[in-house]
Design a protein around this ligand. Structure first.
Ligand code: PAF
Length: 282
């Protein structure tokens, strides 16, 4: 695996590859890689000749009181994992390389409406930071395909929308949620969960599954379903951010006649904010 810290170095290699007709797959990450990330790398390797992974903890997508400074940075072990998973190029820029003019004056990419709800409501500015850095990374790597996990469902929907709206020549592919043995969705932030909380946090996934089963059984009282699931999470000792049923594509609130519905949830443990989701086709 070749490691690049500069835009120019990565571009030079990729330009050569593209001249040889090689297809480029891309997996953007913020590092602290787990099996879910490595599955994205393997998926990228199946349909591309060159797999590029980026590790960049993007300050632009963290709020003022969020965990940018303590976000786990595990560069050496990440490199080892990427090598074993078949990654060809790692792009690991520093803040100056990505934001040479500083964060405050950085041009932004905004995807309105869709980013104001769900995670966007409790993390103002977060998705603007994501769409801005992802579009920069797309411009640097110019991948044929980019792969994103379904775990961050809203992020995936927003990036698909951005790619469509801006006519980006990249195929956005989704990858299934990777789960621990008890069903907890893998996340770099799971390391913030305490030992006491750990057996209880599956209440989020269990509550989403309960809602999905009710809907499949014909229950259309969406508000009541959301409230009951939220109460169950509170009873387990966690604070609910949201439990919301949405149209899978637009992320508008689910309507009675929607055939593709996604149940999305977010809750707070003492030190982590966990998200999960489940899609239903009726
Ligand atoms: O999902 C992530 O890890 C980040 O939001 C991403 C897509 C790498 C952008 O910083």
């Amino acid at each position: 695996m070749k490691v690049f810290h500069t835009v120019a170095g990565l571009r030079e290699s990729l330009n050569k590859d593209r001249r040889e007709g090689l297809r480029v797959g891309f997996v953007p990450t913020m590092g602290n890689l787990h099996d879910g990330h490595l599955a994205l790398i393997k998926q990228a390797a199946e349909s591309n000749d060159i797999v590029v992974c980026s590790i960049f903890v993007n300050a632009l997508q963290f709020g003022l009181n969020e965990d940018w400074d303590k976000y786990p940075r595990t560069y050496e072990t990440d490199c080892e994992k990427l090598r074993n998973a078949g990654c060809n190029y790692l792009f690991h820029p520093d803040d100056i390389e990505m934001y040479p003019n500083g964060l405050d004056t950085q041009s932004r990419v905004i995807c309105p409406t869709m980013t104001d709800v769900l995670c966007g409501a409790s993390r103002p500015g977060h998705f603007e930071g994501v769409t801005t850095v992802v579009s920069k990374l797309f411009n640097i790597v110019q991948p044929d395909e980019a792969i994103f996990g379904i775990k961050d469902y809203q992020q995936l929907a927003v990036i698909r929308r951005m790619a469509e709206d801006l006519c980006l020549a990249v195929q956005i592919t989704s990858a299934p949620i990777h789960r621990e043995a008890d069903g907890l969705a893998m996340s770099s932030r799971n390391s913030y969960i305490t030992a006491e909380e750990r057996p209880l946090v599956t209440v989020l996934k269990d509550s989403l599954e309960w809602i999905a089963a009710e809907i499949k059984a014909g229950n259309r009282r969406f508000d009541a379903l959301e409230n009951t699931a939220a109460a169950r999470i509170v009873a387990a000792g966690f604070k609910v951010d949201y439990i919301t049923l949405c149209n899978s594509k637009t992320l508008d609130l689910a309507a009675d006649d929607d055939l593709e519905i996604t149940v999305l949830g977010a809750m707070f443990t003492q030190a982590a904010r966990l998200i999960d989701n489940l899609s239903i086709t009726l």
